[in-house]
Design a protein around this ligand. Sequence first.
Ligand code: DGJ
Length: 737
Amino acid sequence: MGQNTISFDEKEKIFLLSTEDTSYMMGFSPEGFLGHIYYGKKVNHVGGQRLLHGAVNNEVWRYRDGITYRSIFPYEYPTGGVGDFRNSCLEIENESGQNTCELVYESHRIFEGVPELPGLPHAFRGKDMINTLEITLADKVLDIKVQLFYSVFEKENVITRSARITNCGKEKLIITRAMSASFDMDDRDYEMLSLHGSWGSERRIQRKKLAFGSQMVSSKRGVTSHMHSPFMAVVSSGADQDMGDVYGMSLVYSGNFQAEVYKEMIGNIRMITGINPDTFKWHLEPGATFVTPEADLTFSAEGIGKMTRNYHDFYRNHIIRSPYKEKERPVLLNNWEATYMDFDADKLYAIAKKASECGVEMFVMDDGWFGKRDSDNSGLGDWIVNEKKLGCSLKELVDKVKNLGMKFGIWFEPEMISEDSDLYRAHPDYAIRVKGRKGTLGREQMVLDYSRKEVRDTIYKMMYDVIKNAGIDYVKWDMNRYLTDLGSAELPADRQGELSHRFMLGVYELQDRLITDFPELLLENCSSGGGRFDAGMIYYSPQIWCSDDTDAIERLHIQEGTALFLPMSTMGAHISKCPNEQVGRNTPIETRCNVALAGTFGYELNIDELSEEEKSAVPRHIERYKKYHGLVSNGDYYRLNSWNDKKSFDMWENVSKDSKEALVTYIQVLCHPGVEGSRVMLKGLDPHARYELEEVTGHSSYKKGQFFWGDELMNIGLWIPQLRDFESCLYHFIKSE
Ligand code: DGJ
């Protein structure tokens, strides 16, 4: 594995990167521009390939019309100011304030391993041998070098890209744009697939035909945001879960980003992603280096489903580092929707006790335990236990809960500061703010200037003491407002434009410190629900709270969109009470359970407030989670039907890697009269094996213990009777020997 994934044909001057099912090819122009030749289905024989577009190889064009030539050249790392008018990857201003850059090939090397991206989340080698191609390009006038890295993850069909820009000269340079990756191809009637949303309604799938001009998802909110995700795909028209060409691009970054597809002229398109240049500027002193975040590329010739599985495997094997990634996550109960900030230790203990009697393994104390924090307008930044409110020390409460046999988790919002806090009274300059302006508040709070080490250290010391002294097992790291009024009291005037990225690097540094100092700690990220759910955050926390909308039916959209590119094991999903707090809907507890089983299972309620019937279901549901968690977390995910497509039901399947086991989840949304049911083809099974229906929950046409052939289930399908509104059914198949 990994031996011959990268080659260079000296004669043809072609780089060929190969994964199990894909090929990626690049070549040079006579001037030494690095250009894209091909990305797609695996090509095993390469003859005299040329760079994209005949015109690029036309001598007359090249010499007589340099602008047209450059404006169609399929640059691997396009630069601004010299004739490529599409969005570029790199723009640099020199000391005279002029902005042009032209990169020419200098050298390359192939090495075993992956590049280090200091301070940034990035793919690691894991158990496999991974090769990386490093191509060095240079602009002799600016005196810069740009190293492009391409690491090939053969098994997962992923190629990661990043760039390192070094100022080798004597001039002070300003980077005004430094994207992570781009590549050009011909448009073949493609469509763009991306994720959009809002608070409580994150990551809804959007698909639209590519138009001429720019189509983009982006964030300037300081986090990747509820509105857009740093992921996009270009798919052939009509591509579905199983068929069609799909190009995915996911940025391993959690701050301001841009992901764009640009279509121009003769129908050539450019996919490009990286840090959002609108809120970015970076001073590159002589000798200094800037490193871009990593972009993860994948291609599938077998539809969207295969792209999803490529990403799931890749993120599980090469991005998520937590020791919990393969371990069973404790079933937790979080008190937020049960009490909000109105609690003391006795109330929390009573909730924890009832939960532990039902089999819950960890109690999480959410917002409201510190400083002066009874409402959301005060206390942030004062990470000191409010013993008066609790009625005891935190250690006493933790010990009592631990005596029940439970673990104990706690909520922090480390990036924030309230105006009404001791921290702000002592250090108003710690807040991000523009001199002379009061600043816009979000949830009545401000953001801490994490570009400053002193600020990070102050917060970390408080967090460390709480976690260490009380013996905390889990931290929910929340972040509840966007960044505005970008001003740092410490950064010099010419570096203020660096604040957003420096803030992000500060967040990463602090999360890294936390999991390094507490290697057994389970960290869950959160941002007003799922406002920062991206491939960057899962490098630090193996799970992220998916959304503040806990309604099981709303969650179907949200979880489908999230699982489009991120593993199910990362999705924080809990059962909450009914009528649901956000939408007022009543959903059977069975369905709330079956939807939560698709992620990291838990509760967001006081079990004592459930009906007797619901209460009695809790131990059974926990048992169900324990039975299926490994399969859902580590297996292959197949989307069988989507409520998103205006269908009346949602359905997915998790199949173990050895095809010995499959769990099928069917959720009826709205039922319609006159519809008996649907026949649905299963996927990923062994066609020649017999499968036993080992368990079936809910109303079904089949009985436990019934046998089916794999090819029968995949070709003739499973007959699912229509259920009543919001009812659901699980089918568990096991291969019989
Ligand atoms: C937003 C989170 O998404 C909620 O789960 C909860 O932790 C609140 N913040 C607490 O303020």
